[in-house]
Design a binder for this molecule. Structure first.
Ligand SMILES: Nc1ncnc2c1ncn2[C@@H]1O[C@H](COP(=O)(O)OP(=O)(O)O)[C@@H](O)[C@H]1O
Ligand SMILES: [Mg+2]
Length: 390
């Protein structure tokens, strides 16, 4: 089955579409990567989206417009991916949509909202679409995140020791995927969220991120600011736990900077980059990891990667590419797998990872142009995800 996974994370840098050929082999699911197409958000739509996000307030009219326009933008990328990667023969699309709110209170998730109407994607491609994957896990008492955890567990649990998958998007999340103990997954805190916020603010909007970690490399870590940021209670909370840009946004950083004299911009960027490295490494060490397999846009920031390597004190850090999953596309491939699980009647969650009462078959399904014909539900869960080279 050819499946396209559509993903845009909290960084809203781009809409990523990864296509995968997925085939069953006994109790294994074999994923052959077919490639990635990625489209940066139009400046205007991105601005409209970020203007509506917390801590800002918005109106239902704007939510309706954004839901429509994000759905259309996802549809355009899906059409491209289908044409360029699948010869127009994709069987299924999974769309994560764009998270606009993750409602957490006292460590519990009460709701989560991903927008981007799947009807536009089904209309433009003719393919059935699995969307809205997080809410079912929330309804089962879970955090609705990190949803990639089941894919990480299927992928890595055969490896020796305690492998940990790490994704450095806007937020950093890890999955402890050892086959010898109960898996765990949680958001460790910010990955790029505060770096991007600092760079955008300090450059008056001229820069969206710290390209190649150049600013952070020129700056020095400000120890008092780092200590204050590390005092954030989220880091000490026990897993399962999730967070987002509802917490780690520009006003949050400004509040931390508020009490101090002016700092050189590159020192602020160096400090928030070190904050990511420190909080990720602390989380990784707390689960006795023996290796870390990293993916996401943060892998393209060499300063962050160097700080992280140092903070990991000898725990090997490998890029997911080394294991066959291109790091820029890993989350999109993971969502392709989640949609595949759904249409095969298989659960897409590991309760120990999301904190849910039980595993759930995720998502809502929008029929394609030829109606909806689902495969016979599989009785038995799958144990392994194998990545096969093309
Ligand atoms: N060349 C680069 N140098 C430094 N940072 C980069 C580079 N490319 C991407 N990034 C960072 O990666 C982020 C996007 O990562 P991504 O994995 O797509 O996150 P998300 O899942 O939140 O969209 C950007 O916002 C930026 O901070
Ligand atoms: Mg992204």
């Amino acid at each position: 089955m050819r499946v396209i996974g559509l993903m845009s994370g909290t960084s809203h840098d781009a809409i990523d579409a990864a296509a995968a050929d997925l085939t069953l082999d006994g109790d294994s699911l074999v994923l052959t990567p077919l490639g990635l197409v990625s489209e940066t958000w139009s400046g205007e739509l991105r601005a409209a989206l970020t203007a509506a996000l917390p801590p800002a307030t918005t109106t239902m009219k704007d939510v309706c417009r954004l839901d429509t326009r994000v759905g259309q933008a996802f549809a355009a990328v899906a059409v491209r991916a289908n044409r360029e990667l699948c010869a127009d023969r994709a069987d299924l699309i999974t769309s994560h949509g764009q998270t606009v709110h993750h409602w957490t209170e006292n460590g519990r998730v009460h709701g989560t909202l991903q927008i981007g109407q799947p009807a536009w994607i089904a209309e433009a491609t003719g393919c059935p679409v699995v969307s809205d994957l997080r809410t079912r896990d929330v309804a089962a008492g879970g955090q609705g995140a990190p949803l990639v955890s089941i894919v990480d567990v299927m992928w890595l649990r055969g490896r020796p020791g305690v492998p940990v998958a790490l994704n450095l998007g806007g937020i950093a999340n890890i999955t402890v995927a050892s086959g010898r103990r109960e898996p765990v997954a949680f958001d460790t805190g910010p990955a790029n969220a505060l770096i991007d916020a600092a760079v955008r603010d300090l450059s008056d909007g001229r820069m969206d991120y710290d390209a190649d970690g150049a600013l952070a490399a020129r700056g020095s870590v400000d120890a008092p600011l780092l200590r204050q940021l590390l005092d954030e209670p989220y880091y000490a909370e026990p897993p399962p736990k999730t967070t987002g840009k509802e917490l780690f946004h520009l006003p949050y950083l400004r509040a931390a900077l508020g009490g101090r004299g002016p700092l050189p911009p590159e020192d602020v960027v160096a400090t928030v980059t070190q904050l990511t490295a420190r909080t990720v490494a602390d989380a990784v060490r707390s689960v006795q990891a023996t290796e870390v397999i990293v993916s996401g846009g943060g892998t393209r920031n060499p300063t962050l990667m160097t700080m992280l390597r140092t903070a990991l004190r000898g725990i090997p850090l490998r890029c997911s590419d080394e294991l066959g999953l291109p790091s820029a596309a890993k989350e999109a491939y993971a969502f392709a797998v989640l949609g595949w699980l759904t249409v095969h009647g298989l659960a897409g969650t590991v309760p120990a990872c999301t904190g849910a009462r039980h595993p759930s078959i995720l998502g809502s399904i929008t029929p394609g142009s030829r109606g909806l014909r689902l495969p016979e539900p599989r009785e038995r869960a799958l144990f392994r995800l194998e990545i096969s080279p093309r």
